[in-house]
Design a protein around this ligand. Structure first.
Ligand SMILES: [Zn+2]
Ligand SMILES: [Zn+2]
Ligand SMILES: [Zn+2]
Ligand SMILES: [Zn+2]
Length: 537
C-alpha cells in the first residue's frame, strides 16, 4: 500500500470526536462513549476497565498456523472489553478523549494539562479556551488554530506571542491588532496599517465584534485582505531537512505534519516531543522511537510495529490497548505483562520461537507490516479521522472494505429558538440551537456561555462539529503537492501584492519550487523561504 492508503487505513481506526450515550456493559452506568449503542462489542467505562479485578489473559488463545494470524487477532479483539473513552487523570472532565491530566474541560480531544477548555483539539497547557486547536500555553482565546503562547487572541491562525487581537494570520509578538497578516512586533495595526490608540479603539467599537453580524463582516474583509498578502509555502521553523507542514525544531522529518522536537521520521502526523525514527505514524511522542505503521504510540516506547494505543511499552507488534508491557504480539488490553501472544503468556524462549513462526507465516500471506485490516476497526469510517483526511461517501467506504455507522448523532428540528429572533431575553444555557450550516441541534454549556459573556463573543451559530470542520479545513490536508513560488519579481505573479524590497532573483519571476499542502487548483499566493524572508523577515 502507498503511504496515503496506509494512513487512511490507520485513521479508520481512530474515532476522536464521535461520542454517544450508552451503558457500561459491566457496571450498567450511563456513560459517554466512542461506541454507539448499536455496536456489539463489550464496552466498559473508564473506571471498570482500569480496575485490577479482571484479567485480560482469560481471553488468551493458541495460535493456529493453518489460519491467518490477523483473522485470529480479530477474534480475540472482538472478545476483549473496550474502553468507552480514553483519558487519564481527568478532573471534572468526563467528556474528553485521548487526553490526560485535564481539569474542568468539556469535549476536548488529544489534549493534556489544560483547565477550563471547551470544544478544543490538540491543546497543551491551555487555560479558558473555546474552539481552539493546535495550541499551547494559550489563555482566554477563541476560534483559533495553531497559535502559541497567546492571550485573548480571537479568530486567528499561525500566531505566536500575540494578545488582545482579532483576525491575525502568521503574526508574532503583536498586540491590539485587527485583520493583520505577517506582522512582527506591532501594536495598534488594522489590516497591516498603523493607527493611533484612539483611532484603533474607535475602529474596534464600530466593528461590533460582540455581534454575529460584526464578526462575519470582519471575517469577510479579513479573508479578502489575506488573499492579497504572501504566505510562507509551509509553516516550517527552526528545522533542517524537513518537509510537510506545521514543523518546529525538527531534523530530517519528511512528509510530516504537526511535528516538533523530533528527528529522522517520515509520513507522520503529530510527531512530537523527542520522537525518533518513526515512520507511518499518527501520534508518536514523548520519547517514541523505532515506531512503524502505528497509532497513538507514546510515553517511552520503542520497537513498536502495527500497534495502537499501547503506552509505555516496547517490542510490541499487532497489539492494542496495552500499557507498561513489553515483548507482546497480537495482544489486547494487557497491563504490566511481558512475552504474550494472543493474550497467552509464554516463557521468553517459547515467545521468541512462536513469534518467528508467526512472522514467517504472515510474510507468506503477505500480511506482515500491514496495519490491521479494515474489518478489525470498531468504528464506522464516517466516525473516524479518516473521514476528515480522505472523505468518502457511504457506498465508496463500504466498497473499500470500511464500515459505516448509521446511528445519527444529535437531533434535528428540536431547536427552541430561531436565529431571526435572537438575541432575545433568553438564557442560552437553557436553549437548543440549530446550526445555520448543517441544521443539527446543539447546546451551549454554562461554562462556555460564561466565557462568551466575559469576552463579549457572540454565541456561535454553527454547531461544534461545523466549527471544528472549518478550523481543520483551513489547515489544509496532510498531503503535499509540488508548487512554484508565487513571486513574480517586483510583485506577486497575480499582481495582488507589491514586493517591498528587491529579491535576489531581481525583477524576474522566482524560479524556486517547493512542496506545500496546497493543491494546485487552490490559487494561494505562496512565497518560497527566500522571498518570504525578504518580505516578512
Ligand atoms: Zn462501568
Ligand atoms: Zn453544523
Ligand atoms: Zn521565491
Ligand atoms: Zn521573490
Amino acid at each position: 500500500m502507498c503511504p496515503l492508503c496506509r494512513a487512511q487505513r490507520r485513521l479508520a481506526f481512530r474515532n476522536e470526536r464521535a461520542f454517544y450515550k450508552r451503558k457500561c456493559d459491566r457496571c450498567d452506568k450511563d456513560v459517554v462513549s466512542m461506541y454507539s449503542p448499536s455496536k456489539r462489542y463489550r464496552v466498559w467505562c473508564y473506571d471498570c476497565w482500569f480496575k485490577d479485578d479482571w484479567d485480560p489473559l482469560v481471553y488468551g488463545r493458541n495460535y493456529d498456523s493453518t489460519r491467518s494470524f490477523l483473522e485470529q487477532f480479530e477474534e480475540l479483539w472482538n472478545e476483549v472489553p473496550k474502553i468507552g473513552l480514553m483519558h487519564m487523570r481527568s478532573v471534572n472532565s468526563e467528556y474528553v478523549n485521548i487526553s490526560a491530566d485535564n481539569k474542568d474541560c468539556y469535549m476536548i480531544v488529544e489534549s493534556s494539562n489544560n483547565e477550563g477548555c471547551t470544544h478544543c483539539y490538540w491543546i497543551q497547557e491551555c487555560k479558558d479556551c473555546v474552539d481552539v486547536s493546535f495550541a499551547s500555553k494559550t489563555e482566554l482565546s477563541y476560534e483559533s488554530d495553531d497559535c502559541y503562547d497567546s492571550y485573548k487572541l480571537y479568530y486567528s491562525k499561525g500566531c505566536h506571542d500575540c494578545r488582545d487581537s482579532f483576525f491575525l494570520f502568521d503574526c508574532k509578538d503583536c498586540s491590539d491588532c485587527i485583520g493583520c497578516v505577517n506582522l512582527r512586533s506591532k501594536k495598534y495595526h488594522i489590516f497591516n496599517r498603523p493607527y493611533s490608540k484612539e483611532e484603533y479603539e474607535r475602529f474596534l467599537a464600530d466593528a461590533k465584534l460582540d455581534t454575529h453580524e460584526g464578526v462575519e463582516a470582519m471575517r469577510k474583509k479579513f479573508e479578502a485582505f489575506a488573499e492579497t498578502q504572501p504566505k510562507k509555502y509551509a509553516e516550517i521553523y527552526n528545522s533542517v531537512g524537513c518537509n510537510g507542514g506545521y514543523i518546529k525544531n525538527a531534523k530530517n522529518c519528511n512528509y510530516c505534519f504537526h511535528c516538533y522536537e523530533s528527528e529522522d521520521s517520515k509520513y507522520g502526523v503529530h510527531v512530537w516531543r523527542n520522537a525518533k525514527d518513526c515512520m507511518d505514524v499518527d501520534t508518536a511522542g514523548r520519547n517514541a522511537e523505532l515506531v512503524y505503521n502505528s497509532m497513538n504510540s507514546g510515553i517511552d516506547i520503542s520497537h513498536y510495529i502495527c500497534s495502537s494505543l499501547c503506552w509505555t511499552c516496547s517490542f510490541m507488534e499487532y497489539s492494542y490497548y496495552c500499557f507498561n508491557s513489553n515483548h507482546c504480539f497480537g495482544s489486547v488490553g494487557l497491563r504490566k505483562k511481558d512475552y504474550c501472544i494472543l493474550n497467552k503468556q509464554y516463557s521468553k524462549e517459547d515467545f521468541e520461537k512462536l513469534r518467528e513462526t508467526i512472522v514467517a507465516d504472515m510474510k507468506k500471506r503477505e500480511e506482515y507490516g500491514e496495519f490491521f485490516p479494515a474489518s478489525v476497526s470498531t468504528f464506522g469510517y464516517n466516525e473516524t479521522a479518516a473521514q476528515d483526511q480522505f472523505p468518502l461517501k457511504k457506498e465508496e467506504a463500504l466498497k473499500q472494505g470500511f464500515k459505516w455507522e448509521d446511528t445519527t448523532r444529535g437531533t434535528y428540528g428540536k431547536e427552541t429558538v430561531k436565529w431571526e429572533d435572537f438575541p432575545a431575553e433568553i438564557d442560552p444555557t437553557k436553549t437548543v440551537f440549530a446550526c445555520i450550516d448543517c441544521s443539527k441541534n446543539y447546546r451551549v454549556i454554562p461554562s462556555e456561555f460564561a466565557f462568551y459573556k466575559k469576552l463579549h463573543i457572540p454565541v456561535p451559530r454553527l454547531c461544534p462539529d461545523c466549527r471544528y470542520a472549518r478550523r481543520i479545513g483551513n489547515r489544509g490536508p496532510n498531503h503535499l503537492w509540488k508548487r512554484a513560488c508565487s513571486c513574480g519579481g517586483s510583485s506577486s505573479k497575480d499582481g495582488k501584492y507589491k514586493n517591498t524590497v528587491a529579491h535576489v532573483h531581481s525583477d524576474k519571476p522566482c524560479p524556486n519550487e517547493f512542496s506545500a499542502n496546497v493543491p494546485p487548483e487552490k490559487n494561494k499566493m505562496l512565497y518560497c523561504e527566500a522571498c518570504y524572508n525578504a518580505e516578512v523577515g
